[in-house]
Design a protein around this ligand. Structure first.
Ligand code: GLU
Length: 298
């Protein structure tokens, strides 16, 4: 009898421990959590005619430009220093396909406004961070992809019923990031006169929480990550008003590297890797994996 009780107690204890372990491993809760199991690191990779790849090989490292404050996409854990998110995983997958192991990746945080400069100066080899492919940026940098398509949306305080879409922003204080396509669209379409601008979206979200602005505008995928942190305080409006195809930024003139990265993205989309990476990151907030977008080579 006594033994039976202690076995049961042991069982309960194990269940509690298993739950605690599961939570600590990031199996539940907000997007992010642990890095996803890696893609195999390719051996003897060659990218003939790619000066940037030649530099990476010489260095023995790939410098990846990223964001560090966008949950679900690219975020750095302040205590462990670990990066997680869909953009990060796409970057790791590409690095592995180019022959670089996770420990051979150097992450460099670059805000929206500094991307073209950082890439064209060679400060980063590849940039993976909610980076919309468009013609004006293509004058300065190259893009592989798209590997995801987002759309511009609005983040508001959960109790604010007055903002229901882009046409309801007149007279409102709207925050976005310097050098981004969403802030440009707010100005071009004259959605409000009252634009507040910061380097990073997380600063806009703090201002929204503090009541200094009424809305944050950028891609729905980014806003969903912030809303998930405090769903009782913040809400995504859910009316997208643009298409934001995400590309991997790189040197404009390195067509060989662009082709190679497109091949790697295509393979990941075809063999299910893309869907697995999505499900382990952005998919955790509950949105099922979409069809991966067709790669647009140029
Ligand atoms: N995708 C948009 C852009 O590239 C907004 C997100 C960002 O600023 O990174 O400008």
């Amino acid at each position: 009898m006594r033994r039976l009780v202690s076995l049961r107690t042991l069982g309960v204890l194990l269940a509690v421990l298993a739950m605690a372990f599961g939570a600590a491993c990031g199996r539940e809760g907000s997007p992010g959590g642990q890095p996803v199991a890696g893609s195999p690191v390719a051996q003897n990779v060659q990218v003939p005619g790619s000066p940037v790849f030649a530099q990476m090989q010489q260095r023995g490292r790939v410098v990846l430009g990223v964001k560090n404050d966008q949950p679900g996409l690219g975020i750095q854990d302040p205590t462990t220093g670990q990066y997680t998110g869909f953009d990060i995983e796409i970057g790791r997958m590409v690095a592995a396909g180019l022959g670089f192991a996770p420990e051979q990746i150097e992450y460099r945080v670059i805000p929206s406004a500094a991307r073209e400069d950082a890439i064209s100066r060679g400060d980063v080899d590849l940039y993976v961070g909610t980076y919309t492919i468009n013609d004006s940026r293509k004058q300065r940098v190259g893009f592989a992809g798209p590997y995801f398509v987002a759309g511009q949306d609005l983040l508001v305080r959960a109790d604010d019923q007055s903002i229901t879409g882009p046409q309801t922003l007149q007279g409102k204080r709207v925050c976005s990031a310097t050098g981004s396509t969403p802030i440009q669209r707010v100005r071009e379409q004259n959605l409000t006169q009252n634009v507040v601008e910061f380097q990073n979206y997380s600063q806009c979200v703090d201002a929204l929480r503090g009541g200094q602005v009424d809305a944050v505008t950028t891609d729905n995928a980014i806003l969903a990550g912030y809303a998930a942190q405090t769903p009782d305080q913040l809400r995504v409006v859910g009316q997208t008003f643009s298409e934001e195809p995400y590309g991997i930024g790189m040197n404009r003139d390195d067509a060989a590297l662009r082709n190679k990265v497109n091949d790697l993205l295509q393979a990941a989309e075809n063999d299910g890797t893309w869907t697995r990476l999505y499900n382990e990151t952005l998919g955790r907030s509950g949105t099922p994996a979409p069809q991966p977008p067709p790669i647009e080579r140029y």
